[in-house]
Design a protein around this ligand. Sequence first.
Ligand code: ATP
Ligand code: MG
Length: 428
Amino acid sequence: MEKSELDFSIERLGVCSIPSPVQGIRFMDDDGRVLYFSCLEEMQPWLDSGSPPPAMEAAGPSGKIFFDPSRIACGIVTCGGICPGLNDVIRAIVLSLHYHYGVQKVYGFRFGYAGLVERLGLPPLELTPDSVSRIHEIGGTILGSSRGPQEPAEMVTTLEKLKIGILFAIGGDGTLRGAQKIAEEAKRRGLQISVIGIPKTIDNDISYIKTTFGFETAVAEARRATYAANTEADAARNSIGLVKLMGRDSGFIAAYSVLVNSHVNFCLVPEVPFSLSGFLEALKRRLERKSHAVIVVAEGAGQDLMAKTGERDASGNIKYGDIGIFLREAISDYFKQARMEINLKYIDPSYMIRSVPANPHDAAFCLLLGQSAVHAGMSGRTNMVVSFWNHQFTHVPITLAVSQRKKIDPQSMLWNSVLAVTGQPDMI
Ligand code: ATP
Ligand code: MG
């Protein structure tokens, strides 16, 4: 890892000179840092050269803040696909701004970045502690979401008109790239607007962030699908349960689902290529041996086996072929030709997984994420995301968070554990 890749310096709008109005909690030391590495061996080159090892700012409330809470409004926007916990994060931000800092106006922009463009006629909602009090009990986002690009100049004009001091952008890699452009445009115009990202990715694929909110809920929900697949597969001879889970470029949900339900026999993820014949032959051997099998496939796995769709969504993301349907057909054809009668049950719980409310762990996680985002914004930090790293909430520059996608390393402990549980062979 190059040292320059690990620059976690956070941009600031200016000096913090206003005493924080936050009562009854311990302020953070502004120099608090969380180590990037957790193993001594990885850190050794830095220690040998006498330079401080890479570390992220620890999140939390500062004794002195940048913004005068009585003079700013704040805005919240959610973009991209939905994810468990979005409403929890919105609620946590509104409550913290109101009760901790006394910010009087919080706007909720409607339907993603489109809600920041005045000419599109989507006036923002005013969010108050009363209006958000029970929103964490429901899934989705009360603000609505969207895909598709908007002009940073138009969005910043809206922020300026509404006297927004801090914009909280909750979304995935696309949203964070958009947030970065808004921060740059505000800076170009000399406006003091802080842009704080809260990473939302059910796939858990954003770099420099150990876990993202909603991921644990997603794995818990996915377990219901793998449980059903296993129960079905167990109940008849030569039975196959096939479950497709989310995971466009990173198979974390699929991998963790295997660990929480160790009845799964094959886990197919985008990071580990396989050939159709290798997979089908291994499946046949498994059926001959055990008479049933459970397969979990991440949506981005095996894309090289199918014809490209050639389509993109409104944000320019490539539309993937449906690997679940593809495998269902391929498995049926293969066993028909092999004159072996099988019983195949296909389960695709994708939209059911992402639409549920956050589970207790995620609810607490979202609350702390939202509060950390508010503290970061009030201190005038900008162009950053709130991360969770080495068991603590931290700050990461947006540039780093979107620099590359986080993927499963096939050499890692995680993937090795998956292989140890499934016993699946190399299927190239
Ligand atoms: P998901 O994980 O659901 O894909 P996402 O945030 O990546 O979430 P996108 O639809 O890709 O979802 O992007 C959300 C918003 O961010 C859209 O309005 C999109 O136009 C905008 N956006 C995406 N990429 C960029 C970019 N490079 N620059 C500016 N805006 C962007
Ligand atoms: Mg995305």
